[in-house]
Design a protein around this ligand. Structure first.
Ligand SMILES: [Zn+2]
Length: 284
C-alpha cells in the first residue's frame, strides 16, 4: 500500500482523512441532545478554526421524559435551554427549533419546506445529519423513527429542494430566499463511514461538557470512556490521535479535484502553516 492510499487495518473499515474546514456548518437532527452525540466534537473543532456554526432541531423534544405530571411544553422549554447551553461549549450560538411534535415526526413536504428555509437562510457549506438508513444497532437499540425521518427530510431538502428555484417557490417570492447549494454532507453512520474528521482532545472535552448539559435526559458522567475510545479508534485508522467518522457526500462538481484528505494534511504537517481554509466557492 502506498502512503497515498487510505489506511486499513485487518477487519477495520477503510477511512479517508477529511480535514477540510468549512466556512459554515449546519447540524440537522431530530431532538435536543442528538447533535452532541453526532457532531459536537467536529463542530468544536471547526468553530474554533473560524467556521460559522448552527444547530437545527426538527422536533421540540417534548416526549423525552417519563413523568406524566410535567405539563405539555415544559420539557421542550427545558430541553431547548439545555441544547443552547450545550451549543455554547462548542462556540455555537445559533440553535433553531422547528417545533414538530417529538416522537411523531414524518418526512413530509412541510418538514422539507421548513428545512429548505433554514438551508437558504443559513446557507451552509457543509451539513451534518443522522443516517436515515440506520434501522438497528446490535441487539440493544432500535433507531428512533424521528432520527430517520429528520435525516431523510434533511437530505431531501439539501438535494434537490434547496437548490431548485422551482421548489417551494413561495420561499423566494414571499421571503426572498434564493436557492442554495450545499457542498458537503456528512452522515453519522458507524456502519458505512468512509471519512474521519480529525479533532483534538479539547474538542472531545467540549463534547463531554455539551453532553453534560442534557441533565433532563441522562447522566453523561459515564460517557467519557466510550467517547475517547471511539475517537481514538477512528483516529488510528487515518493516522491521527483523535477523529470522528462519517459517511461523506461531496456534492461539488469534479470531487476528485477537491483539496481535502491525506495530501492536504501532509502538506500542513510539513509546512507548519495554520489550518487549511476553504478554497473559493465555485458559486461565489
Ligand atoms: Zn434523538
Amino acid at each position: 500500500m502506498s502512503d497515498d492510499e487510505p489506511r486499513s487495518n485487518a477487519g477495520q473499515p477503510t477511512l479517508e482523512l477529511f480535514d477540510y474546514v468549512p466556512e459554515s456548518a449546519l447540524v440537522v437532527v431530530a431532538h435536543p441532545d442528538d447533535c452532541d452525540f453526532l457532531a459536537a466534537a467536529v463542530m468544536s473543532a471547526w468553530v474554533s478554526q473560524g467556521t460559522r456554526g448552527a444547530i437545527c432541531l426538527v422536533t421540540d423534544g417534548d416526549a423525552g421524559g417519563d413523568d406524566p405530571e410535567v405539563p405539555p411544553g415544559e420539557l421542550s422549554r427545558i430541553r431547548l435551554e439545555e441544547q443552547r447551553a450545550a451549543a455554547s461549549h462548542l462556540g455555537v450560538d445559533q440553535v433553531i427549533c422547528l417545533g414538530y411534535p417529538d416522537g411523531m415526526l414524518q418526512n413530509t413536504l412541510d418538514v422539507r419546506r421548513d428545512l429548505v428555509r433554514v438551508l437558504r437562510r443559513f446557507r451552509p457549506e457543509l451539513v451534518v445529519t443522522m443516517d436515515p438508513t440506520s434501522r438497528f444497532f446490535g441487539r440493544g437499540y432500535i433507531n428512533h423513527p424521528d432520527h430517520r425521518a429528520a435525516a431523510d427530510a434533511c437530505l431531501d431538502a439539501v438535494f434537490p429542494s434547496a437548490r431548485d428555484v422551482r421548489a417551494f417557490p413561495e420561499l423566494a417570492s414571499e421571503e426572498g430566499l434564493q436557492p442554495h447549494k450545499t457542498k458537503f454532507v456528512l452522515i453519522g453512520s458507524g456502519q458505512s463511514a468512509d471519512v474521519a474528521v480529525p479533532v483534538l482532545a479539547v474538542d472531545i472535552e467540549n463534547q463531554l461538557a455539551a453532553l453534560g448539559e442534557h441533565r433532563s435526559q441522562f447522566d453523561a458522567s459515564d460517557m467519557a470512556e466510550g467517547m475517547w475510545k471511539g475517537a481514538r479508534q477512528a483516529g488510528a485508522l487515518v493516522g491521527v490521535e483523535l477523529a470522528e467518522s462519517y459517511r461523506l457526500f461531496d456534492l461539488v462538481p469534479n470531487p476528485s479535484q477537491r483539496g481535502y484528505g491525506r495530501g492536504l494534511a501532509e502538506r500542513e504537517d510539513r509546512s507548519g502553516l495554520p489550518p487549511a481554509r476553504p478554497p473559493a466557492s465555485p458559486w461565489g
